[in-house]
Write a protein that binds this ligand. Structure first.
Ligand code: ADP
Length: 480
């Protein structure tokens, strides 16, 4: 047990326990050891948090953008100063290798920096009127109280990516982190507190996901829900938001293809496919789920990728040199095994990996796995695996592979490897995805828009687009 944090609920500037005194245990997914005990809040606490956020809204939204910017910038500095400590906490509750956790914390801090800068740049518009006696203004205003629901795969960056633009815009927030990873959320809120965030502007409720979610959904005061997680829960939030016509920003599942053309730099394509697939053990919504490689280079590419995969070191993320940590829980492990069994039953060949890793820890580890002899009816080609399996299929025709890549309900990220500029542009335009990486698999940055189309989501996070989600545009029509 590294900590007891039963006062993990933060409402109106006060850390508190659940009124019921109930708690829930947080486990280290590498060892399955308990690491902390946090408050198990629900409806009562969420109602109080919403009231606090609604009361703080007027003062916070009427502060100048520059004033809000100073607080966000201070939080950015504090987060950077504490990167090492925060990364260790992140790895301990989530499992990813420390080097990845360190990268995530720095990336999370970047969202604070970017939106500290954007806070003072929320411009309106003066529309040239067609009527001489009228003047027309558009003024941006914050939407109000925001409910932010975040997942466990990026316990730090998913939070700042949502709450930094909300706060910069002048909104107040009730945050509900994933039950698996509340510790990073607690640390971020403590940093915002130390940076001088006024009481009630950011509130945190850990505990019962459904009860907290439903209270956010049924409250008239919550004007926007920003969510990252599964498409199933995203659809539920959409349906339930209809009652009060809430705004929604949804980052949902993905099923990313990587297409390696015959003119690709194969070494680069192999290294980047490795990075895309096995970062966070394949548990990212933009990570490659299926690989299409031109038939003329498939063998060479598969060989290069296999050599790299065989060098990956599995283990506890806190240990030096670890490349792959554990899966988050047993459910994740069962899904990976089910996808593998289904593929093998339908004729897939295991190129490497293909089994659970029997290390010296109790967590749910899985060997990084490459599959070939792939057919379209396999689960791995149709659903998000969220684990370290990559199926490789050959293709011969550009148009046909684009159609295969697009043949899914998802539309978050797709990647292509080609050295031809004309092909890069042509194919990028035809892929039905919100994000296309060309010779690049790391498209999530603070300054650019991240978001899916189709059933992968609504809205953008990052860049000036990310702040637009939290602003209404009020039209002021003036007779003069
Ligand atoms: P994942 O499969 O990545 O865990 P989920 O969609 O289940 O995706 O979880 C993402 C976030 O949504 C987590 O914070 C989780 O607690 C929360 N969540 C799950 N179910 C609900 C619900 N019914 N209402 C509100 N939040 C929910």
């Amino acid at each position: 047990m590294i900590d007891t944090m039963i006062n993990s609920i933060f409402i109106d500037g006060k850390w508190q326990r659940a009124e019921s005194d109930k708690t829930t245990t947080v486990y280290n997914p590498a060892t399955l050891e308990p690491i902390a005990e946090v408050a198990y809040g629900g409806e009562v606490e969420t109602k109080k948090a919403i009231t606090a956020a609604a009361n703080a809204f007027t003062t916070w939204s009427e502060m100048t953008g520059r004033e809000r910017s100073h607080i966000l910038y201070k939080a950015y500095q504090l987060m950077l100063e504490e990167t090492d400590r925060l990364a260790k906490i992140l790895t301990t509750e989530q499992g990813k290798p420390l080097k990845e956790a360190t990268g995530e914390v720095k990336g999370a801090a970047n969202f604070l920096l970017w939106y500290a800068e954007e806070a003072s740049r929320s411009y309106g518009e003066w529309i040239p009127s067609s009527i001489k006696s009228k003047r027309m203004l558009v003024i941006p205003q914050p939407v109000g109280v925001v409910g932010a629901i975040t997942p466990w795969n990026f316990p730090s960056s998913m939070i700042t990516r949502k709450i930094a633009p909300a706060l910069a815009a002048g909104c107040t927030v009730v945050l509900k982190p994933a039950p698996e990873t509340p510790l990073s959320a607690i640390e971020i809120v403590k940093i915002l507190e130390r940076a001088g965030m006024p009481n009630g502007v950011v509130n945190l409720v850990t505990g019962d996901a459904e009860a907290i979610g439903n209270t956010l959904l049924t409250s008239k005061d919550v004007r926007l829900i920003t969510f990252t997680g599964s498409t199933a829960v995203g659809k539920y939030l959409m349906r339930e938001s209809a009652e009060h016509v809430k705004k929604l920003a949804l980052e949902l599942g993905g099923h990313a293809p990587i297409i390696v053309f015959d003119d690709a730099d194969l070494e680069k394509a192999a290294s980047m496919s490795l990075a895309s697939k096995f970062r966070n053990n394949g548990q990212t919504c933009i990570c490659a789920n299926r690989l299409y490689v031109h038939e003329s280079v498939k063998e060479k590419f598969t060989q290069a990728l296999t050599e790299k995969v065989k060098q990956l070191k599995i283990g506890n993320g806190l240990e030096d040199g670890t490349d792959l940590g554990p899966l988050i829980n047993e459910q994740a492990s069962i899904k990976v095994q089910t996808h593998l069994d289904d593929a093998v039953k339908k004729g897939a060949q295991i190129v490497c990996g293909g089994t659970k890793w029997n290390g010296n820890m109790d967590g749910y580890f899985y060997e990084p796995t490459i599959l070939s002899n792939i057919t379209e009816d396999m689960q791995v080609m149709n659903e998000e695996t969220f684990g370290p399996i990559i199926p490789i299929q050959a293709f011969s025709d550009e148009q046909a592979v684009i159609e295969k890549a697009n043949d899914t309900d998802y539309g978050l990220a797709a990647y292509i490897f080609t050295e031809k500029t004309s092909r890069a542009i042509r194919v990028s335009e035809k892929l039905d995805y919100g994000i296309v990486g060309v010779n690049d698999v790391f498209p999530a940055v603070a300054e650019a828009p991240f978001g899916g189309i189709k059933q992968s989501g609504i809205g953008k996070e990052g860049g000036h687009y990310g702040m637009d989600e939290f602003l209404e545009r009020k039209f002021v029509s003036m007779g003069i």
